[in-house]
Design a binder for this molecule. Structure first.
Ligand code: ATP
Ligand code: MG
Ligand code: MG
Ligand code: MG
Length: 566
């Protein structure tokens, strides 16, 4: 590829709502452009990276014996009624109608469609096991799309679904997928952990999430490198011993509170822009009143504490449903905050909404869910309700727990018979008897991986790609301002050809830019290897080579260069 004939459109300024490094850099490099909330166009540059990820994912899926299909994005309501998910899936399901008033959704996932496919296609146990996968666009109407393609509404997922006669066969394929996922993320050069996860609403018996380690991650994970222990925080807490915590109080009571505060007053007080406020929780602690300003969509991730002179007044307690709607918390994740004699209050954007439940407690950047709370218990300091702590002995006793933030890039499930049963997906077994199939499902966030990789590898100059994900492995930069020197231009072309012929994925920067701007672009877009062709180098018979991670460049001969990059 010649950059003079490509559309590379780097920019200096990025919108203020770009909070994390990957979002900023993807916009600066012109990899993505925003169309509307959670909807992005992948530019030619961005698409090259996305395709690289897709390539590795497809390659490993095929290697693991999965076979590719492609299902529609638009799915009929009737199928979703069969599993009860037309209602149960909730607000993330985008529902649409055609001209005949027939209802559809834009697929957030494909269990229903693939199970329908399988019940029609598969008749005999002899056809099993089978594992179908696709790489396809999903739509989820996320409560708070953010961080660019990290939490988008439309995004690219690799989803696979396996079908089995027995749970043992499902277990075998699950293991094969676990290994395939490990290979995918290793090949992409990501630092990740596979963590034990709750099967939650999807049901089933086993589940693992693949989490890329990054401080900006929305998830929390607990693991020990000295042993094989690794779990997401929900699972870690669910399995942690209960200790001497007070019994949860399910009862809601009316709270006597003084004056109500508007969201404007709260944001002014906290000094946080209203756009960053998803919800504010006001709690009364023993030392007076504390406001927790909370950002994040499905979990409380960031907290700013401050003392408020008084509590909002005279409001009704909200029901659990209202709180779920106002906070976007996951059903089942609500637990009272664990401050002494606390009376948590949730304020939504428009009016004050009082609640007796919040999603958990926070301290020092750690989020705790499932906290128990008893109205008159005095021991509920956050430290007391924390179930899993950095440095705890891991459950297997072989190491100490480290708490870290993660970005969920993959998720595998043993679904069991849940969908097959609901939709009547069966085959004849060896005795000629109808037998409901067992299923597994396996997702990879293909587009999210691009952002996650940037979170993990970047510096002041820009992104730092591994060879596997780079838009191009090598950039041949021709120093020939305004393209006035035909000899240098020709030398650049010739090297570019030679590298390309040798199968090296190379881009020729023949734009005739001044070196400063050219190098800034090439560093920003994170090309792993840079070769400079200049009049001075040609005279000396050398090229200047620098890896993106090197601090200095060095002069190498043509032969050395080919050996280095070949
Ligand atoms: P999250 O917890 O981040 O909302 P999820 O658990 O809802 O993700 P899954 O249903 O497990 O997601 O989907 C499989 C994969 O799809 C996830 O592991 C993630 O990598 C990716 N994914 C899910 N939601 C989004 C999104 N809104 N934008 C980009 N990728 C996503
Ligand atoms: Mg989700
Ligand atoms: Mg998740
Ligand atoms: Mg998941």
């Amino acid at each position: 590829m010649r950059l003079s004939q490509f559309h590379l459109a780097t920019v200096k300024e990025v919108p203020a709502d770009a909070e994390v490094a990957s979002h900023k850099l993807m916009l600066r490099a012109g990899m993505i452009r925003k169309l509307a909330s959670g909807l992005y166009t992948w530019s030619p540059l961005g698409l090259r990276v996305l395709r690289k990820v897709e390539h590795v994912v497809r390659d490993e899926m095929l290697r693991a014996g999965a076979i590719e299909v492609l299902m529609p994005s638009v799915q009929p309501r009737e199928l979703w009624e069969e599993t009860g998910r037309w209602e149960k899936f909730g607000g993330q399901l985008l529902k649409i109608k055609d001209r005949k008033e027939q209802e559809f959704c834009y697929g957030p996932t494909h269990e229903e469609v693939i199970t329908d496919f399988a019940r029609n296609e598969l008749k005999s146990y002899k056809q099993l096991p089978l594992n179908f996968f696709q790489i396809q666009t999903k739509f989820r109407d996320e409560i708070r799309p953010r961080f660019g393609v990290m939490r988008a509404r439309e995004f690219l997922m690799k989803d696979a679904y396996s079908f089995h006669l027995t749970p043992e066969s499902l277990g075998e394929t699950y293991k094969v997928m676990y290994d395939a996922y490990s290979r995918i993320f290793t090949r992409l050069g990501l630092e990740f952990r596979a963590v034990d996860a709750d099967t939650g609403a999807i049901g089933g018996s086993a589940s693992h999430e693949f989490q890329v380690l990054a401080d900006s991650g929305e998830d929390a994970i607990a693991f020990s490198d000295a042993s094989s222990y690794a779990a997401n925080i929900e699972k870690a807490e669910a399995l942690a011993p209960a200790g001497e915590r007070p019994a949860p109080s399910a009862e809601l009571t009316r709270v006597d509170t003084p004056k109500q505060r508007t969201i404007d007053e709260v944001t002014a007080f906290l000094g946080v822009p209203a756009t960053q406020l998803v919800k504010t929780i006001l709690v009364r602690g023993r030392d007076g009143l504390v406001a927790l300003c909370v950002r994040g969509d499905h979990e409380i991730n960031e907290v700013k504490a401050a003392h408020l002179p008084e509590l909002p007044d005279d409001s009704e307690l909200a029901s659990e449903e209202e709180i779920l709607a106002a906070t976007g918390a996951r059903p089942g994740s609500l637990g009272p905050v664990g401050l002494p004699e606390s009376i948590p209050v949730i304020v939504d954007r428009s009016a004050a909404l009082l609640a007796d439940f919040v999603c958990g407690g926070n301290q020092d950047g750690t989020h705790f869910t499932g906290a128990n709370w008893q109205r008159d218990a005095r021991i509920n300091r956050v430290a007391d309700i924390r179930k899993v702590v950095d440095g705890d002995l891991s459950p297997d006793g072989k190491g100490h727990i480290r708490l870290a933030r993660g970005i969920e890039v993959g998720h595998i499930f043993q679904l069991g018979q849940k969908y097959a049963e609901a939709m009547g997906a069966d085959v004849l077994d060896s005795n000629g008897k109808k037998s409901t199939m067992y299923m597994g499902c396996y997702g990879v966030g293909v587009s999210r991986i691009v952002a996650a990789a940037i979170e993990q590898r970047n510096d002041d100059a820009g992104m730092i790609w591994t060879d596997a994900m780079a838009p191009w492995r090598v950039a041949v930069c021709v120093i020939n301002p305004k393209n006035t020197d035909p000899v240098v231009a020709e030398a650049g072309e010739s090297l570019y050809h030679e590298l390309s012929q040798a199968g090296v994925d190379t881009v020729l920067d023949d734009r005739g830019l001044r070196p400063g701007s050219m190098f800034a672009d090439i560093e920003l877009i994170g090309i792993p290897h840079r070769v400079v062709v200049s009049a001075r180098g040609l005279e000396a018979g050398t090229f200047e080579y620098r890896a993106r991670t090197d601090s200095e460049s060095r002069n190498v001969s043509r032969q050395e260069l080919l050996a280095l990059l070949g």
